[in-house]
Design a protein around this ligand. Structure first.
Ligand code: AMP
Length: 424
């Protein structure tokens, strides 16, 4: 079935067609009819499956019709998300699909002045996409009223719980009507998420996309066994051999993100970083540059890159193996989005073998290994333009020689003293 066969308002059909979206993805096919009917939905679907449009299309359709019927004012739909990036991204999708409709979608998130957001709310907004902190600030100050809410969407619920928003989601229920439609999306599921989900939905339609293997099907996965200290040489070589490709590199910590960026800079590779120490404006700017392809390499930590949708990321490199197996799913979900193909390559050091096994157990699939013979491995090290490496080696060698000379000198002095003692 194609989108033009759906019973949707013509503006949405036109906007989808302009975006080049003709046929629904699996999650869209399974959820749109139910959401249109007003049913609650509980969906297990990872990013990259087209899940934003799966709720954006029916929600915009319904709110547009509602506004046509009556002069509805007040927020009708709230979409709660874990991160600011996701907030901006979802708002963009809504505004794209909702062009020329009566529906106004705006985002609310922290880290920026609240005044602009307040004046936007005062002008009248139908759909609010929000992160919990700022949302509660504005509710408690009386700027955001949710008493007319008809649809609640929770996106990336598992990330919300990871970020400690469980109590916030529960608290939200005090501010919204009991009678409403709830759409609950999560990439992964466990007991806690289930409990939360069932406390929010009523007789939901349950949708699960690729239940056994949560990893996007159109991503080709592989691992390379590399010593921890040699990872940067492999990254350098990879980037230089694929310099036209948009590549997202994941590291474990903020400090490592900066370090890897510096190491790349030393070998004339320009890379951007995205992590928790960057302020909101820097993050937005970084994502823009990467999206536009002004810089093709983005080095990011898990949390900062959750849920972000960047078109045409060809490669995800796991420079560090994630400590949580489900993070692997989120990371590789940044490539192979929609219907495009992607590749994920993980650099696994000896110390990270256990983490790799945990991922394989979680996804239910053994990840193929790209074997590197010794000669190729050495070639990669030799390939580096990083002269700091040879300087370091020289300095080490120099220190070693100095040490030896000192030892020899001390030995000679001792021998001399002993000789003198004997003479006396
Ligand atoms: P999401 O899972 O919402 O983050 O979407 C991932 C990507 O899939 C986005 O870049 C969308 O533009 C793309 N997408 C969404 N729906 C479709 C569709 N029906 N056909 C092709 N691509 C799509």
């Amino acid at each position: 079935m194609r989108f033009d066969q759906y019973s949707l308002i013509p503006q949405i059909k036109e906007n989808l067609s302009k975006k080049g979206l003709k046929k629904p993805t699996d999650i869209q096919f399974k959820s749109i009819p139910h959401i249109l009917k007003g049913e609650d939905v509980l969906a297990i679907a990872q990013t990259g499956t087209g899940k934003t449009a799966a709720f954006a299309i029916p929600v915009i359709h319904k709110i547009h019709l509602l506004k046509m019927k009556k002069r509805a004012s007040g927020v009708r739909c709230l979409i709660m998300v874990p991160t600011r990036e996701l907030c901006i991204q979802i708002t963009d999708v809504f505004n794209d699909i909702g062009k020329k409709t009566k529906v106004i979608t705006r985002s609310i998130f922290g880290g920026v002045e609240q005044d602009t957001q307040i004046s936007t709310l005062n002008k009248g907004v139908d759909i609010v996409v929000a992160t919990p902190g700022r949302m509660f600030d504005l509710i408690s100050q009386g700027y955001l009223k949710l008493d007319k809410l008809e649809i609640l969407v929770l996106d990336e619920a598992d990330q919300m719980l990871d970020r400690g928003f469980y109590d916030d989601i529960k608290a939200l229920q005090r501010h919204i009507p009991k009678r409403r439609q709830t759409l609950f999306f999560s990439a992964t599921i466990d007991e806690k998420i289930k409990r939360l989900a069932y406390s929010l939905v009523v007789n939901p339609i349950r949708i699960q996309i690729s239940p056994k293997n949560p990893v996007a099907r159109n991503v080709d996965h592989s691992i390379v066994k590399v010593k921890m200290d040699d990872k940067r040489f492999f990254l350098e070589r990879f980037i230089k051999e694929n310099d036209e490709s948009k590549t997202l590199v994941f590291v474990r910590t903020k400090v490592r993100a900066e370090r890897v960026q510096k190491a790349m800079k030393r070998v004339q590779i320009e890379a951007l970083t995205l992590h928790g120490d960057k302020n909101q404006n820097e993050r937005i700017l970084t994502l823009e540059k990467f999206k536009k392809g002004e810089v093709n390499i983005l080095i990011a930590t898990d949390v900062s890159a959750r849920g972000i949708d960047i078109p045409n990321v060809e490669y995800v490199i796991n420079y560090d193996i994630p400590e949580q197996a489900d993070s692997y799913v989120h990371r590789v979900g940044r490539t192979g989005r929609g219907r495009s193909k992607g590749k994920a390559i993980s650099f696994v050091s000896k110390e990270e073998n256990e983490l790799l096994y945990a991922i394989e157990e979680y996804t239910g699939d053994k990840i193929k290994e790209i074997k590197i013979n010794l000669e190729d491995y050495q070639d990669t090290i030799d390939f580096t333009e990083d002269t700091s490496q040879s300087w370091q080696a020289l300095i080490k060698e120099h220190d070693r020689v100095e040490d030896n000379l000192k030892k020899i000198h001390n030995k000679r002095v001792k021998q001399k003293i002993n000789k003198n003692k004997k003479k006396r």
